[in-house]
Design a protein around this ligand. Structure first.
Ligand SMILES: [Zn+2]
Length: 208
C-alpha cells in the first residue's frame, strides 16, 4: 500500500513538473506547493460532495450549450443556488432556466441512451425514477415562480443534431423574450358602423 502511495506521489510530481514547464508563470507557485498536498486530504463525506459537484457541473453537453449561448450574445448565471434545483443555466432577462440533462441519469424517455443496466436493475430503476421525480418537482416550483424551463437532452447535442437543437433553443429564447416584452394593450373594440360610407385612401385601379 505504501509503495502504491509512493508511486502515486511520484507520478503526481511528474505531472505537476510537466505542467509547470508548460506554464512557466505558475512554476514558482507550484514549486512551493508540497507534492504531498496532492494526496487526498478530504474526509469520505467531503469527497462524496466534491465528486457529486464535479459530476453535475461543467459536463461536456453543458459546455456546448453555454459556449453557443455566449457566442450568440446571451448572458447567464450558472447553478444559481437561490433557485429550486440550482438550474444549470439561468437567464434572468429571458426569465428562463435551462437544464442540460444526461439521458441516463435523468431518464430520458424513449431515448436509446437511457437503458437500465441488467445488473442491479431494481436499484437503478429506483434511483432514476427518484431523479425524474425530483426534476419534475423542480420544474413545477420554477414555473410557479414565473420561470420558463427548457430541458436540453444530451442526445440532442450529438454532432448530427447539435446545430438544429441549438438553433431551436435560440429561437425559443427569442420568442420568450418577445412575449415577455410585448406591451399588454387592451384589445381594440370592433364597434364601427359597417353601413357608414367610408372614403377610401385609394381607389382600386380599373382598366378603362
Ligand atoms: Zn436522450
Amino acid at each position: 500500500m505504501v509503495k502504491i502511495l509512493e508511486q502515486r506521489v511520484q507520478s503526481q510530481a511528474r505531472l505537476s513538473y510537466a505542467e509547470s514547464r508548460r506554464n512557466p508563470a505558475k512554476r514558482n507557485l507550484k514549486s512551493q506547493t508540497s507534492n504531498f498536498k496532492l494526496l487526498d486530504s478530504l474526509s469520505p463525506s467531503q469527497r462524496h460532495n466534491n465528486m457529486a459537484a464535479i459530476h453535475s457541473k461543467n459536463t461536456k453537453p453543458e459546455l456546448i450549450v453555454r459556449r453557443y449561448l455566449f457566442a450568440h450574445g446571451f448572458r447567464f448565471r450558472l447553478n444559481d443556488p437561490r433557485l429550486p434545483g440550482h438550474p444549470d443555466i439561468v437567464m434572468r432577462k429571458y426569465a428562463t432556466c435551462i437544464f442540460v440533462n444526461g439521458c441516463f441519469w435523468h431518464g430520458h424517455d424513449g431515448c436509446p441512451a437511457y437503458r437500465i443496466p441488467k445488473t442491479n436493475t431494481e436499484f437503478w430503476q429506483n434511483k432514476i425514477s427518484r431523479n425524474k421525480a425530483r426534476d419534475s418537482r423542480t420544474i413545477q416550483q420554477l414555473t410557479a415562480l414565473g420561470w420558463n424551463c427548457i430541458t436540453v437532452w444530451e442526445c440532442q447535442l450529438k454532432p448530427a443534431l447539435r446545430e438544429d437543437t441549438l438553433a431551436s433553443l435560440q429561437q425559443t429564447l427569442l420568442q420568450i423574450y418577445l412575449h415577455k416584452t410585448q406591451p399588454k394593450l387592451p384589445a381594440a373594440p370592433y364597434n364601427l358602423d359597417e353601413e357608414l360610407p367610408l372614403r377610401q385612401a385609394a381607389e382600386p385601379q380599373t382598366p378603362n
